[in-house]
Design a protein around this ligand. Structure first.
Ligand code: NI
Length: 255
């Protein structure tokens, strides 16, 4: 059974066919999907989805794109949401220096505050890092995120960065880009990361794996990511499905 550890099912692109999308995921061996949030509205929506569909678990949090809109009352609302039993992580949170939609200083302040939030509510974090590798690692260190734990979602760093975050107990999640034609660095990362620290994800509706690249992504395609990881590791798809799902359940505290 597969665990898609990162998707965004509040997205309007699923409004017309969510039941069919869930059926296709199940047909492709997906047993669990974590739907991650980007702001307060999507956090509310993800909790509703997780309560309605047993396959969904939710992460609540504010994406670095929206860091400039954050304030302390939103943080306390997130803390209240975290009490819901289907909320299993704080995310996605982190730094995005590619788009710079919020000023970097604001991104850093609210990344730190959401790490503290995760510590207070005893949940792991789902970290977004785009073109901010060095500051992400430095902040995880300075905020003592080792105590909190979590995952670097859609990992795009080097083997050296993977080593640094693994040393802090963080897992590494692999997404669709591992299937892309010119991928080299990520394949080295997959080879390097111990099997008990690997997760797979789609980041739906984005980052659709080959051969569907360019179309809308959905959780059924996490199988394509797992197949590529299995090939790199020299393992069967069943083996990789089982170990990545058990890693995710351990991280998110799902029985
Ligand atoms: Ni995402």
């Amino acid at each position: 059974m597969l665990f898609d550890t990162h998707a965004h099912y509040y997205d309007e692109q699923y409004q017309h066919d969510l039941p069919e999308t869930i059926s296709r995921a199940i047909q492709n061996g997906v047993g669990y999907i974590l739907t991650a949030s980007s702001d307060i509205a999507s956090s509310v929506e993800n909790i509703t989805l997780a309560q309605k569909h047993s396959i969904f678990y939710a992460a609540v949090g504010v994406h670095p794109h929206n860091a400039a809109d954050l304030n302390n009352s939103i943080i306390s609302a997130l803390a209240d949401f975290a009490e819901n039993p289907k909320v299993v992580a704080i995310g996605e949170i982190g730094l995005d220096y590619y788009y710079d939609n919020s000023p970097r200083e604001a991104q850093k302040i609210w990344f730190a505050k959401q790490i503290s939030l995760a510590r207070n509510v005893k949940l792991p974090i789902i970290v977004h890092d785009r073109d901010a590798h060095m500051d992400t690692v430095n902040m995880l260190k300075s905020e003592n995120a080792k105590e909190v734990g979590g995952v670097l979602h859609c990992f795009t760093g080097s083997v050296e960065m993977a080593k640094q975050v693994l040393d802090m107990g963080f897992m590494i999640s692999i997404a669709g880009p591992v299937t892309f034609k010119n991928t080299k660095k990520l394949i080295e990362v997959v080879k390097y990361v111990p099997e008990d620290m690997l997760l797979v994800e789609t980041d739906s509706p984005y980052l659709t794996p080959e051969p569907y690249r360019g179309k809308r992504n959905e959780s059924a395609y996490v199988k394509l990511v797992a197949e590529k990881v299995a090939k790199i590791k020299g393992r069967s798809l069943d083996y990789i499905s089982e170990i990545t799902t058990s890693n995710a359940k351990r991280l998110f505290g799902i029985k």
